[in-house]
Design a protein around this ligand. Structure first.
Ligand code: AP5
Ligand code: MG
Length: 237
């Protein structure tokens, strides 16, 4: 199964990609997480860090190289979940061309829809593990021991780009650069809009339901699909 998770900052892409990835034993590939790791490197680090901290997007040509390199790794043979890529029409076009060259097709695009007001609250209370990157929320998904990661015991911290002024800029970037992908994927019959403003397990269930048709016998081993749902473009993010 080859999926894209699309949605605004704080929409739950990472949370839901991780849940589905574990259930389906697929790699969840977060370009944001890859970039946060790249931000530690000497050469690319300063530029990447500045771009993220300003709420802007890293250039398309760099992103597509990063994603191509990742999708060609053996763990992606059975499928993958892309969290946060593509984020521009140019990236979506490039992803389409890359998958064509690899003889593969995208099976679906999950759009997580949440009101902006709600997103601000989510991001203000998000905490991430400084060691393994696991994500928590002080209210809706608190760690068992305050300040410590359940998975690895690492210290939890706030992401630098979750400061309110950066969050506002990330929303603006999302509306301007990424929202056009809603129509883009709806026109290709791949879009599955999901109400992301429900408890985490209910969102996960709604995603499973939206994807149920992909589990049927029409899925050939080469990844070719039978008819996909021609869902009309609903909602804009
Ligand atoms: P990235 O890390 O992808 O940031 P983002 O898109 O802004 O999304 P977030 O990670 O903030 O939110 P999320 O949707 O994953 O939500 P989460 O599950 O954590 O990218 C960071 C930066 O990298 C970008 O700004 C850009 O600069 C750069 N970048 C990345 N990809 C790029 C690309 N393709 N091209 C160019 N640049 C790129 O949930 C948020 C919080 O809410 C958590 O605390 C969670 O526990 C909680 N929560 C989740 N679901 C629920 C729920 N249903 N109810 C209540 N709380 C919930
Ligand atoms: Mg994320």
């Amino acid at each position: 199964m080859r999926l894209v998770f699309l949605g605004p900052p704080g929409g739950g892409k990472g949370t839901q990609a991780e849940i589905l990835a574990e259930k389906r034993q697929l790699p969840a590939i977060s370009t944001g997480q890859i970039l946060r790791e790249a931000a530690q490197s000497e050469i690319l680090g300063p530029v990447v860090r500045r771009t993220i901290d300003e709420g802007n997007l890293v250039p398309d040509n760099l992103m597509i190289r990063i994603v191509e390199d990742r999708l060609r790794r053996p763990d992606c043979r059975r499928g993958f979940i892309l969290d946060g890529f593509p984020r521009t029409v140019a990236q979506a076009d490039e992803l389409g061309r890359l998958l064509d060259r690899m003889g593969l097709k995208l099976d679906g695009v999950i759009l997580l829809k949440v009101e902006e007001e709600q997103l601000v609250k989510r991001l203000a209370e998000r905490r991430v593990c400084s060691r393994c990157g696991a994500t928590y929320h002080l209210t809706s998904r608190p760690p068992e021991r305050p300040g410590l990661c359940d998975r690895c015991g690492g210290a939890l911290k706030q992401r630098d780009d979750d400061r309110e002024e950066v969050v506002r800029e990330r929303f603006r970037t999302y509306r301007e650069k990424t929202l056009p992908l809603v129509d883009y994927y709806a026109a290709r019959g791949l879009l599955h809009p999901i109400d992301g403003d429900q408890p985490i397990d209910q969102v996960a269930r709604a995603i499973e339901e939206a994807l149920a048709h992909l589990d049927g016998p029409s899925q050939a081993p080469d990844g070719h699909q039978g008819p996909s749902p021609r869902e009309a473009a609903a909602g804009q993010g």
